[in-house]
Design a protein around this ligand. Structure first.
Ligand code: GDP
Ligand code: MG
Length: 445
């Protein structure tokens, strides 16, 4: 299954899920089963898939739904975050060391090592670094010629000697360029061996000898099933610091590449999308997943939800510490109340102490009032929301003008906020009193 097909299968499953009337456990399970099947068919390692499914199910079903969002939003965010997590959460940036950067490239034959070394050499040279390349391939003299052809016009020197073993080539080349003052030395290796064991062993020896500051595993996006095992084996021989995925332009099985990332624990630094020198780009997990699913707005949704969770946390803190209760917290309360409809919680906040069984007209009136207050709060500065004490008469006038209401409306909002704060304090001390009483009775009995 190609990467594009994987993306399509997942987004089809998501779209189907979005059409179900309620996002209950059954709907979530159906969605996850379909995504699971798509990932397995794209050759993502089974353990990774199981892990992904478990996490996404748990988050989808047990996360609280913040006001203004639905359970479906939570599920979407969980799927999106889960996929991004497989790929490494952050966009990694290449960290260079102060002295000589020695970058070793490993991977099986045909994965695209030589091409990638050339691409990266040119990229780094263009960024202004002194770059040199060592061809530590004693199996295929053509590799040296390949590098020369690609790099001569950029004046990037390439080292190789006939009849010298690969580890020796690597060591000599690194020594030579280091002495000549090159800041970045890229070491291309061979991939053609009798068996994988031998190849891995050679990488271990080379790594020991040149002590690379960076080791990149080059993985063909089409590798499929074996990526996980292979990446693990390389990682044990020469600890992999970063992964580079090649041939993402073809009809690639991207799943294998995902598995390689997880096997090494190393993030993807670059992806290559063609044979030409310029066809390399830094990897962005968020962008990749968005593109994979063909749903560009998922990232925004995920970020908005994240923000909402933070607000809910703040509100809970305020409930525990009434002295911290400010207009920001009050606003979240109102939003929640608005979302829930006219429930008891909301009524407590309203002027006049409305009764519980109120007629629908009154409830509607209350909702309208809350909407007005929310608009008013939009005209306040962050500072005012955080510290309502500073809201004096001139500020009230400014806020009223901005919100298109009367100053009395702003005052009404403020007095209700104060009332809510008082109630919170009372509620808290009430609880504290009860707890003390409980303790007391217990100690007496
Ligand atoms: P090596 O054996 O690991 O050094 O692999 P090479 O660099 O020699 O590449 C093997 C083949 O894959 C060559 O024909 C390259 O032109 C091709 N290749 C490398 N990277 C890419 C890529 O990102 N996209 C495509 N389409 N082909 C690539
Ligand atoms: Mg090569």
């Amino acid at each position: 299954m190609s990467l594009r097909q994987l993306g399509k299968s997942i987004s089809d499953a998501v779209r189907k899920f979005l059409r179900v009337p309620t996002a209950d456990e059954r709907a979530v399970n159906t969605l996850l089963k379909e995504i699971q099947r798509a990932l397995i068919r794209a050759d993502v390692n089974a353990r990774i898939v199981a892990d992904f499914t478990r996490k996404v199910r748990e988050r989808s079903l047990s996360s609280e739904v913040p006001p203004g969002f639905s359970r479906k939003d939570i599920v979407l965010k969980s799927v999106y975050d889960g996929l991004v997590e497989i790929l490494g959460e952050k966009k990694p940036t290449l960290q260079l060391v102060k002295g000589t950067n020695i970058m070793l490239f490993v991977g099986i034959e045909g994965s695209g090592k030589t091409t990638t070394v050339a691409k990266l050499a040119v990229l780094l040279k263009k960024r202004g670094y002194l770059v040199a390349v060592v061809c530590a391939d004693d199996h295929r003299p053509g590799a040296y010629q390949q590098l020369l052809d690609l790099l001569s016009e950029f004046e990037i020197p390439v080292y190789w000697e006939r009849g010298v073993k690969a580890p020796e080539l690597a060591e000599r080349g690194v020594k030579k360029f280091k002495e000549e003052g090159y800041k970045i030395i890229l070491v291309d290796t061979a991939g053609r061996h009798k068996n994988e064991q031998e190849l891995i062993e050679e990488m271990r020896v080379i790594s020991d000898r040149i002590k690379p500051t960076h080791t990149f595993l080059v993985v063909d996006a089409a590798i499929g099933q074996f990526a996980y095992q292979q990446a693990k084996a390389f990682h044990e021989a020469a600890p992999i610091g970063g992964v580079i995925i090649t041939k993402l332009d073809g009809t690639a099985k991207g799943g294998g590449a995902l598995s390689a990332v997880v096997a090494t624990g190393a993030p993807i630094y670059f992806v290559c999308t063609g044979e030409k020198l310029g066809e390399i780009e830094p990897f962005d997990p968020n962008g990749f997943v968005s593109r994979l699913l063909g749903m560009g707005d998922l990232r925004a949704l995920s970020e908005k939800l994240h923000e909402a969770y933070l607000e809910m946390k703040r509100l809970k803190e305020a409930e525990l510490m009434p002295e911290k209760f400010n207009l920001l917290a009050f606003r979240i309360q109102l939003q929640q109340a608005r979302k829930l409809g006219p429930l008891t919680k909301l009524l407590d906040l309203l002027p006049g102490g409305l009764s519980l069984n109120l007629p629908p007209e009154v409830a509607q009136e209350a909702s309208k009032k809350i909407d007005k207050w929310l608009v008013i709060m939009n005209s306040m500065t962050r500072e005012e929301l955080e510290n309502p004490k500073i809201i004096n008469r001139s500020r009230i006038n400014r806020i009223a003008k901005g919100a298109g209401v009367y100053p009395e409306d702003v005052r009404e909002l403020l007095s209700n906020y104060k009332r809510a704060k008082r109630m919170m304090k009372a509620f808290k001390s009430d609880r504290a009193a009860k707890r003390m009483l409980e303790k007391l009775t217990k100690s007496v009995l």
